[in-house]
Design a protein around this ligand. Structure first.
Ligand code: NAD
Ligand code: 6OD
Length: 478
């Protein structure tokens, strides 16, 4: 059986204490690899390597760094078929999604930040007749990059690419449930000629393990985390002793608001995607659907009809729409949410149970729940599975108030053909990313991140470089 090792200072190595853990394919329940389990010594070694490598990497030019980043993108593209299969084996997501979204976007993350860094400038302020101020951009140092399991390589490279482009070095702690493509990324970086120590990978767990040893480490200056809101709180606490710079992309409970004048076909098809793609395991999923009352019944009937047609099953089959959830433990958690929603008066219109035709794996039928209100747990808490609620509304004010009535503020979608209303509602919603008549339509130059408990800071384009670099002002007296 394959053993996935740490990647430290350009070498694949075992854990200092030799410990390993199992990597399970959630679609079958089979152990598919053994993974080195990192501890404090492994993190110390990786951080020391990243610190040494920073001396030279931090002095390279943006053009030199861009060249390596583009080579990494080329190699991801060359290995995309293999990477897509590995991503699906780790996550249970449909192979068609790994092929169309995860892996192409991972390559594009490198190309995008390679291009962006070459054109990057800074500000200049003239004090007329007195002085000229200009800002110099410099890398910060060693970054700890902690990633989740839902879009493993996509979200990891969303951090690695700007980090390396900015001239920082890094220690990656991939999600323990999806360690494979992070290991393959290390192989690719080595082949692309990235100097030893610039990128290091330490596998393992979060609390009191590799994740927290990384966040506490005094030689790590930055932490970029994508994960649960509770994890963000723990990391912030652990990082405070050494006053690290933090960027957090955290949980979401995103409203999907459909007005009666929306293009119904488009709204239905996109709502199917925004509710159930990647088994609903996308932080941006529109898990709270609000429909204006005149359209409510028609919308609900059509959505239930479409959701019931989705093919749930083997992620390797080309015809599969919904694969396996990430683990049995996560599926039990999602089922618990559904059970309690029903106890609180919710009515399950479709799904709510494991499909009968699959013998093993952690599958759940796409689930639609109605007859809930804002105080129900299912409307307030992030479920992170193929489960949505639908509620009717009667006025713009009412739906804005309901949409904002949550501790999260990641994204929102608004469906309407009234442009004035679309702009008005977008201005009022408490969310970092708002889509009008669309969902998950990405331009990597735009600020990406959440309000309230959905995150801290913004990533994307210039915003990633604001995080991964230092600016120092030089004031020249005339
Ligand atoms: P998670 O918080 O359990 O784990 C994320 C990473 O943090 C893992 O690598 C984990 O090992 C590590 N970790 C956990 N506890 C830690 C600690 N105390 N110290 C240091 N590291 C620690 O999240 P997950 O279950 O992997 O992912 C799902 C969550 O991520 C959902 O809440 C989802 O909304 C969120 N997410 C957010 C975004 C976004 O862009 N806002 C994107 C994807 C996922
Ligand atoms: O598209 C992105 O850049 C991004 N960070 C997506 C996050 C998806 C969450 O699951």
């Amino acid at each position: 059986m394959e053993k996935l090792l740490h990647f430290i200072d350009g070498q694949f190595v075992e854990s200092a204490d030799g410990r390993t853990f199992d990597n399970v394919n959630p679609a079958t329940g089979e152990v598919i690899s053994l993974v080195a389990e990192g501890g404090r010594q492994d993190i110390d070694k990786a951080v020391a390597a990243a610190k040494r490598a920073f001396t030279a990497w931090g002095k390279t030019t943006p053009a030199e760094r861009a060249k390596v980043l583009n080579r990494i993108a080329d190699l991801i593209e060359q290995r995309q078929e293999e990477l897509a299969i590995l991503e699906t084996l780790d996550t249970g997501k449909p192979l068609s999604l790994s092929k169309s979204l995860d892996i192409p976007r991972a390559a594009y993350n490198f190309r995008f930040f390679a291009d962006f860094v070459k054109g990057l400038g800074t500000e200049c302020f003239e004090m007329e007749g007195v002085a000229l101020n200009y800002a110099l951009r410099r890398p910060v140092g060693v970054a700890g990059l902690i990633s989740p399991w839902n879009l493993p390589l996509l979200l990891l490279t969303w951090k690695v690419a700007p980090c390396l482009a900015a001239g920082d070095t890094c220690v990656i702690k991939p999600a323990e449930l999806t360690p494979t493509t992070a290991t393959k990324l290390a192989e690719i970086c080595k082949e692309a000629g990235l100097p030893d120590g610039v990128l290091n990978v330490v596998h393992g767990f979060g609390p009191d393990a590799a994740g927290s040893f990384l966040t506490e480490h005094p030689d790590v200056q930055l932490i970029s985390l994508t994960g649960e809101t509770t994890t963000g709180k723990a990391v912030m606490k652990a990082a405070s002793a050494t006053l690290k710079r933090l960027s957090f992309e955290l949980g979401g409970k995103n409203p999907n608001i459909v007005f009666a004048d929306a293009d119904l076909n488009d709204a239905i098809e996109t709502t199917i995607r925004s509710s159930f793609s990647n088994q609903g395991e996308v932080c941006l999923c529109g898990s709270r659907v609000y429909v204006e009352r005149p359209l409510y019944e028609t919308f609900v009937n059509r959505l239930v009809d479409r959701a019931s047609q989705l093919v749930v099953g083997d992620p390797m089959d080309a015809g599969t729409n919904v694969g396996s959830l990430i683990s049995e433990e996560h599926l039990l958690r999602v089922e618990g949410f559904i059970e309690r929603a029903v106890q609180q008066g919710g009515r399950v219109l479709c799904g709510g149970k494991r499909p009968s035709h699959v013998a093993c794996g952690s599958y759940l039928e796409p689930t639609i729940i109605v007859d809930v209100n804002e105080s129900c747990e299912i409307v307030q808490q992030e479920v992170f599975g193929p489960v949505i609620t639908i509620q009717p509304f009667d006025s713009e004010e009412e739906v804005i108030s309901a949409a904002n009535d949550t501790r999260y503020g990641l994204s929102a979608s608004i469906w309407t053909s009234n442009l004035k209303r679309a702009h008005r509602v977008a201005g009022e919603l408490e969310a970092g990313i708002i889509w009008i008549n669309s969902w998950f339509l990405r331009d990597l130059r735009t600020p990406f991140g959440g309000m309230k408990e959905s995150g801290m800071g913004r990533e994307g384009g210039m915003h990633s470089f604001e995080f991964f670099s230092e600016l120092k002002n030089v004031c020249v007296k005339f």
